[in-house]
Design a protein around this ligand. Structure first.
Ligand code: GLU
Length: 300
């Protein structure tokens, strides 16, 4: 059978049980994929062992299953993908786009100005030519604007060099970065459409410059609403971080659908009824872009 043209995915980090914010991302990406007759793939983002909570990958899969999500193909685990990440860094190294960096976090915090997502790397080690590849590996980012169209937020523009600077692909302790892993894996899984929370909007330009350097396709992007407080911080310690109750899928699914602006009949009383109604209501539905303040993706 031919591969569906639309291949979406959900890529939770197993740092704890599935929480409400992740359920919103799972639901939005699932409904988008299915309403395009697309595939919906799962990837467990356990690339960073210290962040992984024992047993939570299985718990997340169990919850998704109990809620009635159906994924296509085998689950991908980033913890088993080290070889592919190493090959990507090697490729970039041979292209002259990676260099070793000996700067400590402390040194950086003293000299770097803040960008959209933490300190902007000032380029200290760019020309130092450390021979030691056991140091952190940084990607030499192009000094040009990345422009992409978000299917919900519209036009997004960012200069990664001035907003983030050269970013880490592999830490000195050998752990590959989220930015690298996600780019390599989205390509490996043939993901055509990324639907995820707007808290990741600031990562997308970095992922696009990496895709371009590795000659990988750029998927379409849609960043779903995430609740932000007045300071623009994610409401992670409130509703969004609450684990969802596996025992009552319907209540959690309804709350996530409501968060995405989906008005469903009040008399739905089973998860099967929920899925039928949600799948019927979603095509053409546009979630409210952002509750509260829109995160600044990058300065245009
Ligand atoms: N693993 C990330 C998270 O759980 C999501 C990554 C992505 O969708 O690109 O927030």
């Amino acid at each position: 059978m031919a591969m569906p043209a639309y291949r979406g995915r959900f890529a939770p980090t197993p740092s704890g049980p599935l929480h409400f914010g992740s359920l919103v991302a799972a639901l939005g990406s699932y409904l988008e994929a299915r309403s395009h007759d697309g595939a919906w793939l799962l990837r467990i983002e356990d690339v960073d062992p210290p962040r992984v909570a024992a047993g939570s990958a299985d718990a997340i899969l169990h919850t998704l299953e109990a809620f009635g999500f159906e994924w296509d193909g085998p689950v991908m685990y980033q913890s088993r993908r080290g070889e592919a990440y190493r090959a990507a860094v090697d490729e970039l190294w041979h292209l002259g786009l990676v260099y070793a960096c000996a700067c400590s976090r402390k040194q950086l915090s003293e000299v770097a100005r803040r960008g959209v997502d933490g300190p902007v790397y000032p380029g200290t080690c760019r020309t130092r030519q450390h021979a030691d590849r056991a140091l952190a590996q940084r990607f030499r980012v192009p000094d040009s604007r990345v422009i992409f169209h978000d299917n919900l937020l519209g036009h997004v523009a960012c200069n990664v060099a001035s907003e983030c600077g050269d970013f880490v692909l592999r830490r000195a302790d050998g752990i590959y970065s989220y930015q690298l892993a996600v780019v390599v894996d989205d390509a490996e899984q043939g993901v055509s459409h990324v639907v995820r929370g707007a808290d990741l909007l600031t990562s997308t330009p970095r992922q696009i410059v990496l895709q371009q350097a590795l000659d990988l396709p750029t998927p379409a992007y849609l960043h779903l609403p995430v609740a932000f407080d007045e300071q623009g911080a994610k409401l992670s310690k409130q509703t969004l971080a609450q684990p969802v109750e596996s025992a009552s899928p319907l209540a959690a699914l309804r709350a996530a659908a409501r968060f995405l602006g989906l008005a469903l009949p009040a008399d739905i009383d089973t998860s099967a009824g929920f899925w039928q109604a949600a799948l019927a209501a979603w095509p053409g539905h546009s979630p409210p872009p952002i509750r509260g303040r829109r995160p600044n993706p990058c300065n245009p």
